[in-house]
Design a protein around this ligand. Structure first.
Ligand code: GTP
Ligand code: MG
Length: 314
């Protein structure tokens, strides 16, 4: 592992070389040799970007909305990045590819960087990898990072937690599906969007969401606003941008922003610590002994708890 190679790549990435940036992100994403150095070199410079998470059921118009948001944040010349995460897809799936095509128009703009990530190769670690990709983009001069994730399950919730402001995109006519979403995602939503407001039922959907919010625990004094948009026409976009900005200002002032960053830092440190401990213990135990115990567990001669007790006893 050479310490010299990554920094030069980093310098190129920092100065706006998109290929270099893509390469840096691949190293970090796939935990290739040099990933730790990249993080070491960039970590201190991160923390300046506005990080926005967009999540919601498939087909709700998230990518169309993201594309609009990119346009809005590009107006002042800021560098903007989109990280499209698809936790549900075992492959680099069709949805992401579709997103790419749809965002092509933005991608032609030099100040916009689009990155697709699928769950392949990230067993359980997708949220951490996403957080690292965001950190590196942030450190290398991206002013706004938008993380789009498809779906409404726990993994999507974990992924989107990297954001300072989480936007949940719903559509009219979801009916009972709204109830299913309630459990996980509604609690982490800072801004609620009823997209496709050009379709019938937007008022009903907004009312249902408002109703559900009153049932919520109210983790913080922040009341998530409900914004109606039509991503295809751009209607309501300014309201959404304003709502995101209001949330950001509130979070900064109330301390919520720092609390979230602290929570993310804790999760990151604990994950790295866990990895380091497991690696060290495994080294001490020895590969052969570990393998023998694993085989015995596989044959059900011993249960995993007893096996670990046994390994740690010596
Ligand atoms: N009528 C209407 N159609 C919309 C609106 N926003 C998006 N669409 C359409 O809805 C479809 C899905 O839009 P996407 O932006 O791909 O939705 P998505 O949520 O990113 O989809 P996935 O990433 O596959 O979950 C496309 O055909 C869009 O043109 C809207 O405000 N009104
Ligand atoms: Mg999409």
């Amino acid at each position: 592992m050479t310490a010299a190679a990554p920094p030069s790549l980093l310098e190129r990435a920092r100065s706006g070389d998109r290929r270099a940036l893509g390469r840096v992100l691949s190293v970090v994403e796939n935990e290739e040799p040099g990933a730790a150095e990249i993080l070491r070199e960039t970590y201190a410079q991160a923390g300046r970007a506005v990080v926005i998470g967009i999540t919601g059921p498939p087909g709700g118009g998230k990518s169309t909305l993201v594309s609009r948001l990119v346009g809005a944040y590009r107006e002042d010349g800021s560098r903007v990045a989109v990280v499209a995460v698809d936790p549900s897809s075992p492959f680099t799936g069709g949805a992401i590819l579709g997103d790419r095509v749809r965002m092509q128009q933005r991608a032609l703009d030099d100040g916009v960087f689009i990155r697709s990530m699928a769950s392949r190769g990230h067993a359980g670690g997708l949220s951490r990898t996403t957080a690292r990709v965001v950190t590196v983009l942030d450190a290398l001069g991206t002013a706004v990072v938008i993380v789009e994730t498809v779906g409404v399950g726990q993994e999507e919730v974990d992924v989107v937690r990297v954001a300072d402001t989480v936007v949940l995109v719903m559509v009219p006519g979801l009916g009972d599906d709204i109830q299913a979403i309630k459990a996980g995602v509604l609690e982490i939503a800072d801004v609620l969007v009823v997209n496709k407001a050009d379709r019938p039922g937007a008022d009903d959907a907004a009312r249902d969401l408002a109703q559900m919010l009153t049932l919520g625990k109210g983790r913080t004094p922040w009341k998530p606003p409900i914004v109606r948009t039509s991503a295809t026409t751009g209607e309501g976009l300014q309201d959404l941008v304003a709502a995101i900005a209001r949330h950001r200002a509130w979070a900064a002032e109330s301390g919520e922003h720092d609390r979230r960053r602290a929570g993310a830092a804790r999760a990151e440190v604990e994950a790295v610590l866990r990895e380091a401990l497991v690696r060290r213990l495994a080294d001490r135990i020895g590969r052969d002994r570990l393998e023998r115990v694993v085989e015995r567990v596989a044959r059900r001669e011993v249960d995993p708890y007893a096996a670990v007790d046994e390994l740690l006893a010596e």
